[in-house]
Structures are given as structure tokens and as C-alpha cells.
Design a protein around this ligand. Structure first.
Ligand code: UD1
Length: 382
């Protein structure tokens, strides 16, 4: 039984589900796969669109958990998931990433004596103010099989005393999806992507910025550290309006949390009143890839985008002070620079990025074949 809950999980489970189907066509015994959605992300644009675009089979079970505080999301997921595990009695529960579903379902499975496999194990930001870091640590401590995306993650687990036979370096499963879907994204027109996803609440008449290939900045933000404080969010908005837009248009797909806060903090009018800022609804997988391909620079606090930039070669200014994905950083050959949310630092990195020209290095085993490796490892363990 595999578990998804929030947007960044969907592109990780798609290749896993497909690799099981491929295994079942070629090998026996057949693996029976139940896909469970906790329902943490429920808007069409945050969830259903991804299932359709990535041809993920419909979830067999949806727990319908929805929004709430962390304790509410985790607690309600545990209560509902316990019932499912008792009924279905899976041999394995497979969790991905670091969202609340990952943590809630690994705890529940372990208490029910079911083996847990964690895809994307061993990432550490060492920042305990991030809920995702707590989710990662709890999940990894409980998992029987830790499937790591890079060698640094394996080192983290070893230093925490995880026995060697639980760790398998398999590569980054998200890159399986990127490799499989890149061709389709390339065929999309940049203008069409923008037009089709223009934010319903923004004043379309004002959005006259001219889009040019390799001539836009793309931004995404949703982390509480960036969007939950009026001052921090206000400074970031001003940097975008006054400095980014002075160079090129800024295309900004909005996470629901960010949209709510822009309105609450009285920043909404400022944002929609800036001609160079092109606000979009949350966009689909292929659309985001297409924007990434057209981006001269990415500004983001998303871990997944840091990784995708690394493979697509887009310079990425990561709006965080730390990262659980150091393999994506410039010092490891990657595309990303940590800039936090201090405008001085963002400005310096922004100028430097515009002036330089470099190709990031693709990390080892980010080759599109991670899901196959995972299914092979799991099948061998029975
Ligand atoms: C979650 C993940 C985070 C991931 C992010 C990507 C955890 C701890 N965090 O954070 O790791 O990077 O998803 O999107 O699991 N909302 C909607 N519609 C939706 C989903 C959310 O309107 O479909 C709104 C709700 O008002 C909610 C807020 O967005 O309160 C935040 O959603 P939530 O699921 O709590 O966490 P994210 O910030 O999305």
C-alpha cells in the first residue's frame, strides 16, 4: 500500500505505480498495489490535475482529511489509516517525501507491525522549526527500508546509527517523472501556459508584460517562514516589483496559503497592480516544467523545484537558510544558491546569477530509472 497526501507526493508515486505494473507484466509473483490518498491536498489544482496529467491510477482509498493544524492532520490521518491497515493487512506501507501523510502513516503502519519503506529517505535540513524535518526524522527512524536519493542522504542515516542493510541508494524518483514527461512539456507554448493559468483574481488588463524564452523569472513560495509574516512577505514582494520586474517579467504561480496571506496582509493590490508580475493559479506538472525551461532564474522555497532546476539547468535562488537537499547546491555542482529571505543577500545572488553562465551537474542515479530499482529491491525482500 502506497500513500500520498500533498502535491509534492504525486510526481513521486506516479513512476512507482508504473514500475509495479511493469514488474507485474514481466515477473511473478504479482505485486498487488493499493494507492491511498490522505486528502491533505484536495483542490483540483493541487491534486486531481496531477493524477490526470501523470496518469496516476485513481486512489483506491481517500481518507478525506483536508486542511487543519499539524496535529489535526496527523492525528486524523492516523485514526483513519489505522482502520485501513487493519482491514487491508498490507505487507508493506510505502511512504514518500516529508509531508504530514508520510509521518502519520509510517507511525500507524509500524504500530500495526507492518513494514515501512520510505522513498526519499535520509534528507536532513537540521532545521527543527520545519515540520517537514520532524516528519523526515520520525519516518526514517521507523522505516525498515530507507531508499535514498543521493549519497549524502545515506551518510546522514549512517551517522544516526541506521543499520546498513536498511539503506539502499536508488536515486531520485522525481527525476523519473521529469524524464518521462519532459517531451510533453517542451511542446507546450509558453504564452498558452500563461494565458490558460492566469489568476482569476488578478487584473488581466494590467498584465501586459512581454514573455520571452529564457527571459522570465519564475517564483513559487509557500513556506511559513516566507509567507506567514507580513514584513517578510512584504519585503519579498517589493524586491519582485522593484528589482526583478525592472529586468524581466516575473511569473508567479500562487500556492493557496500564499494567496490567503497576500490578501490578509493587504499586499494583494500591490501585487496585482504591478504590470510585470504575472500571477497564475497553481499550475499543473507539465506547465510548471515548461515555465522552468523558460526561466532565466527560479526563485523558490520548494525542495522539488530545487531538484528539477538542477536537472534542467535553471539557476535557482532558494528562499531558505538551509536545505535538506545539499546535492542541489552550487558547491556540489548543482543549480541552487541558498539566499534565505534577506533582501540584501537575494539581491547579490540575483545580480551574480544574471552575470554568469554555468551548467549544473546532474547528480548520480538521477537517471529516470529509480522506480525500477525500488521495485526490484522490494520484490527481493518479499
Ligand atoms: C504541504 C507540505 C509541504 C509541501 C507543500 C506543497 C506538510 C507538513 N507540508 O504544505 O511539505 O511542500 O504541501 O504544497 O505536509 N489549501 C487549500 N487547498 C489545498 C491544500 C491546501 O486551499 O488543496 C490551503 C489551506 O488553507 C491550508 C493551506 O493551504 O491551510 C496550507 O496547506 P497544508 O496542507 O496545511 O500545508 P502546505 O503549506 O500546503
Amino acid at each position: 500500500m502506497s500513500v500520498v497526501g500533498a502535491r509534492p507526493n504525486f510526481m513521486k508515486i506516479a513512476p512507482f505505480a508504473q514500475a509495479i505494473e511493469a514488474h507485474n507484466r514481466e515477473s511473478s509473483p504479482v505485486i498487488e498495489h493499493i494507492l491511498l490518498h490522505t486528502g491533505q491536498h484536495y483542490d483540483d489544482a493541487m491534486s486531481r490535475m496531477f493524477f490526470e496529467a501523470l496518469a496516476i491510477p485513481d486512489a483506491d482509498i481517500n481518507l478525506g482529511i483536508g486542511s487543519g493544524s499539524h496535529a489535526q492532520q496527523v492525528g486524523q490521518t492516523m485514526i483513519a489509516f489505522e482502520r485501513v491497515v487493519r482491514e487491508e493487512k498490507p505487507d508493506w506501507v510505502v511512504v514518500v517525501g516529508d509531508v504530514n501523510a508520510t509521518c502519520a502513516c509510517s507511525i500507524t503502519a509500524k504500530k500495526e507491525q507492518v513494514r515501512v519503506a520510505h522513498i526519499e529517505a535520509g534528507l536532513r535540513s537540521r532545521d527543527m522549526s520545519m515540520p517537514e524535518e520532524i516528519n523526515r526524522m520520525v519516518t526514517d527512524r521507523l522505516s525498515d527500508l530507507l531508499l535514498t536519493p543521493d549519497r549524502l542522504s545515506g551518510d546522514n542515516l549512517r551517522s544516526e546509527g541506521v543499520p546498513e542493510d536498511r539503506i539502499r541508494f536508488v536515486g531520485n524518483i522525481m527525476i523519473d517523472t521529469l524524464e518521462a514527461q519532459k517531451g510533453k512539456a517542451e511542446k507546450l507554448g509558453l504564452e498558452e501556459v500563461v494565458r490558460a493559468n492566469l489568476h482569476r483574481g488578478a487584473d488581466r488588463g494590467r498584465q501586459k508584460a512581454e514573455l520571452r524564452e529564457q527571459g522570465i523569472t519564475v517564483m513559487t513560495m509557500h513556506r511559513p517562514s516566507n509567507v506567514d509574516s507580513a514584513e517578510v512577505l512584504g519585503d519579498l514582494v517589493d524586491f519582485c516589483r522593484l528589482e526583478v520586474c525592472a529586468e524581466m517579467p516575473l511569473v508567479w504561480p500562487l500556492h493557496p496559503r500564499t494567496e490567503n496571506n497576500l490578501r490578509e496582509f493587504g499586499l494583494w493590490e500591490k501585487v496585482v497592480g504591478t504590470p510585470g508580475i504575472i500571477l497564475l493559479n497553481p499550475v499543473g506538472y507539465h506547465e510548471m516544467l515548461r515555465l522552468n525551461m523558460a526561466a532565466r532564474v527560479m526563485l523558490t522555497d520548494s525542495g522539488g523545484l530545487q531538484e528539477e532546476c538542477c536537472v534542467l539547468g535553471t539557476p535557482c535562488l532558494t528562499l531558505r537558510w538551509n536545505t535538506e537537499r545539499p546535492v542541489t547546491l552550487k558547491e556540489h555542482g548543482g543549480a541552487s544558491v541558498l539566499v534565505g529571505n534577506e533582501i540584501k543577500r537575494i539581491r547579490e545572488a540575483w545580480r551574480q546569477t544574471l552575470d554568469e553562465d554555468r551548467r549544473p551537474v546532474r547528480p548520480e542515479l538521477w537517471d529516470g530509472k529509480t522506480a525500477q530499482r525500488i521495485v526490484r529491491v522490494m520484490a527481493a525482500r518479499g
